[in-house]
Design a protein around this ligand. Structure first.
Ligand SMILES: Cc1ncc(COP(=O)(O)O)c(C=O)c1O
Length: 446
């Protein structure tokens, strides 16, 4: 960024014509009035002009330990000077082995194998491919169907997009992957609005999977993928009993259950992983984001030993024709090890269990605020859903987002839903500040 942009002089800096095609952004709108972040530390960002912004979203649900943590920064610096890159195809380097070992130790029992990717999207596609290859290796090549869920988000690559259930993310990209179907989402505002934690009603939504088994024949279904809590579609918390029922149906029909823990992994729900919070174990699960505290991009698929063993029983040779140039990148692994150290030293993988009641209370205190039609929460995630402005869906929440940023608090909006997920180090006073700011901005918009 040149000096003029740093000073906030957007037009003079040519930002309105900038080369950067920004992801998931209304580029023309943004470049007319950009919001820039130039520095970060702990719970805060600073704009180029030096304005402090309280981070109510952990960047993008990913900076779980807070920003620029010294141990992680140092580890990355050391690693880049020592060895910038090393291949992991038919080669190896100690940092990747060490990180995988450390991850397997924090994972739920049995998840002893870790496949490295570079993002949540790659983790989703990797998990789906492992599921297909697993069935084939067991002589069940007829299991090719992949089942996702409406309003699910599994990234933007073709596999994850196909099983994902957010229409806007799919509609212009053609027919996608064959053999995909979806169960319904779990959102039921009529019965469950303003639920604290898991909603009471809706375990039976899992029975949709039975219906799909009848429709397609279960012996054709390879895997079901769901987020334990749907994050991107607006914090949709699974009803009591729902995940248990999904697990039971999958087990009964020999279908693999994949949890996408890209958001719920690494302490967001008060346990290291969402599966532990809900007490329901998948067969594989995907991660990214908090894995390296977002310092260096990385993701991973955790695989149950029993699944891994099936691959290792094949004839000698490459067991899985899949991988990325940057699978197990040394910088990401170094960042990841230091991230786990930081999580462990500060108890961050379980800290949320000590603050979630306070968080819940602060979120639900906004019941009755202007425009609010629902509030939901789980762990250190919360959503405040607004009534859409007539004929202008998403506009009201977007205005709240812009005004909150101007007032020094970063929130996130998806449609007319405000989603909040601060770093796990958040203090009580900062929780108050986030919700007070949202409350004030709700009063200020039409
Ligand atoms: C549940 C889930 N899966 C996958 C992804 C995609 O991750 P990435 O953007 O790193 O590809 C996200 C991103 O928000 C996510 O929330």
């Amino acid at each position: 960024m040149n000096k003029r942009a740093e000073s906030g002089d957007v037009k003079a800096a040519g930002l309105d014509q900038a080369a950067f095609w920004m992801p998931f952004t209304a580029n023309r709108q943004f470049k007319k009035a950009p919001r820039l972040l130039a520095r970060a530390e702990g719970m805060h960002y600073w704009t180029p002009e030096g304005r402090q912004i309280l981070d109510g979203t952990s960047g993008l649900w990913c900076v779980n330990a807070g920003h620029c943590r010294p141990k992680i920064v140092e580890a990355v610096k050391r690693q880049v000077a020592e060895m910038d890159f090393a291949p992991t195809f038919q080669m190896g380097h100690p940092v990747a082995f060490e990180f995988a070992e450390r991850l397997a130790r924090v994972a739920p029992e049995g998840f002893s194998r870790v496949f490295f990717t570079n993002s949540g999207s790659e983790s989703a596609d990797t998990a789906l491919k492992i599921a297909l290859a697993y069935h084939r290796a067991r002589g069940e090549a007829g299991r090719y169907r992949l089942i996702g869920r409406e309003r699910g988000y599994h990234g933007v690559n073709f596999g994850g997009m196909a099983v994902g259930g957010i229409t806007a993310n799919k509609k212009v990209f053609g027919p996608g992957v064959a053999g995909v179907d979806h169960i319904r989402h779990t959102h039921d505002p009529v019965r469950n609005s303003f639920s604290k934690g898991q909603p009471r009603y809706g375990a039976e939504f899992a029975d949709e999977l039975e219906r799909l088994c009848l429709r397609h024949d279960p012996s054709t279904i390879a895997a079901v993928i769901v987020e334990p809590v749907a994050g991107s579609a607006g914090v949709l918390v699974p009803p009591v009993g729902y995940l248990e029922r999904l697990r039971e149906i999958c087990t009964r029909h020999g279908i693999l259950l994949i949890f996408d823990e890209v958001i719920t992994g690494f302490g967001r729900l008060g346990k290291p992983f969402g599966s532990q919070h809900f007490g329901v174990m998948p067969d594989l699960f995907t991660t990214a984001k908090g894995m390296t505290n977002a310092t260096v991009p990385m993701g991973a698929v955790f695989v149950n030993q029993k699944i891994f063993d099936v691959f290792m029983q094949a004839a000698e040779g490459i067991e899985l024709f899949h991988g990325y140039t940057y699978s197990g990148h040394p910088l990401a692994c170094a960042a990841g090890i230091a991230t786990l150290d930081t999580y462990e030293e500060e108890g961050l993988l379980t800290r949320v269990s000590t603050i979630e009641k306070h968080w819940e209370g602060a979120a639900h205190a906004l019941k009755g605020a202007p425009h609010v039609v629902d509030i939901r929460n789980c762990g250190l995630m919360a959503a405040i859903e607004l009534e859409p402005r007539a004929g202008q869906p998403g506009k009201r929440a977007y205005e709240v987002f812009v005004k909150a940023f101007e007032a020094g608090v970063l929130i996130r909006v998806t449609g007319d839903i405000i989603a909040l997920s601060p770093p796990l180090i958040v203090e009580r006073a900062q929780i108050e500040r986030i919700f007070e700011c949202v409350g004030t901005m709700l009063k200020s918009v039409a």
